[in-house]
Design a protein around this ligand. Structure first.
Ligand code: NAP
Length: 291
């Protein structure tokens, strides 16, 4: 049995969809009664409450480990994923596929350091593990995670190339490893086929949406007061600024062959994603902290 955490989220939801489409049995851990996931045996449990986990983990052979990103603090996410690893050890799970992040590193800001700590816990658990490190997912553009200002311009302070990956390709990589068409083990940096600067991204968006999308790109020195002034939680701002510095220095710029290596298919392109999501991109709101 394969157990999915985060199956109501973006990456986990796409994996659930893929497993169901291929008729692969799986179980999904959800936090609320009444949630249905096509194709899944649904079990109610909460990673914040480890006492609810043994029932969900009973008889599980493989775990897909994936929760929300660490925002605005990392402690809850670390506690949730440590609890899942502990429950997997207790239940005799054989193999874990962990969704991490591109650039994970122990001394890094959130989310890089957060995922590095969880990767280390998994490595030290005795469980077999496969770590998938996605670059920035294209779906951020339509989820209110990429920052569009109320004027519809892109606020992108990172100043480095980003090799956006389609979350469907991330899900397909997890699918391949969990179902045995790709080998278990290793750490895989998942990217799309191309790395773009923010200026190139706004050009691609402007062309596809047939209107000029501006780029708001403050320097690193200006960033902290802007973010604080816009209401980003203080605990997160220093992490965001450090992340911007690292991305500016090329953290997310490398293009890899990992998606093709694991799935046998080339990664989906950003142009195709934008064309497919044109209508939704026209109406993306500014995030709630951008008051
Ligand atoms: N977005 C990116 O560009 C990107 C890039 C690289 C890596 N990542 C990483 O990818 C991971 C997944 O991101 P995502 O955007 O797919 O996440 P998401 O859409 O926010 O989904 C998060 C999932 O975790 C579940 N969850 C949260 N707290 C839980 C708890 N206490 N117990 C059980 N389930 C819980 C949520 O369930 P509910 O429905 O109940 O809330 C939801 O299903 C994150 O770790 C993120 O850091 C993201």
């Amino acid at each position: 049995m394969i157990l999915l955490t985060g199956a109501t989220g973006t990456i986990g939801g796409l994996l659930a969809h893929r497993l169901a489409a291929d008729g692969v049995p799986f179980r999904a851990l959800v936090r609320r009664e009444g949630v249905t996931i096509p194709g899944a045996e649904v079990v109610v449990g909460d990673l914040d409450d480890p006492a609810t986990l043994p029932e969900a983990f009973a008889g599980v052979g493989q775990l897909f480990l994936n929760t929300a990103g660490p925002y605005p603090d990392e402690e809850p996410v670390i506690a949730q994923q440590f609890a899942a690893i502990d429950a997997a050890v207790a239940a005799g799970v054989e193999h874990v596929v962990k969704i991490s992040t591109a650039g994970a590193r122990a001394d890094g800001p959130m989310p890089l350091g957060t995922h590095a700590k969880i990767e280390a816990r998994l490595a030290g658990s005795g469980l077999a593990g496969t770590v998938l490190r996605p670059n920035t997912v294209m779906q951020n553009l339509v989820r209110g995670i990429a920052i569009f200002t109320p004027d519809g311009d892109l606020f992108e302070p990172f100043g480095g190339k980003v090799a956006h990956v389609d979350a469907r390709d991330v899900a397909d990589c997890a699918f391949a490893v969990l179902t045995g068409s790709a080998p278990r083990g290793g750490t895989h940096d998942l990217t799309g086929p191309l790395a773009l600067t923010a200026a190139e991204l706004t050009t691609a968006l402007s062309t596809a949406l047939d209107r000029r999308i501006g780029l708001v790109q403050p320097g690193l020195d200006e960033l902290e007061p802007i973010l604080l002034g816009r209401g980003m939680p203080e605990s997160y701002v220093k992490h965001f600024v450090e992340l911007a510095r690292l991305v500016g220095a090329g953290l997310l710029a490398d293009v890899t062959t990992a998606v093709t290596d694991l799935t046998g298919n080339p990664p989906r392109s950003l142009d195709a994603f934008i064309a497919e999501h044109r209508d939704r991109l026209r109406g993306v709101p500014a995030p709630s902290f951008w008051a």
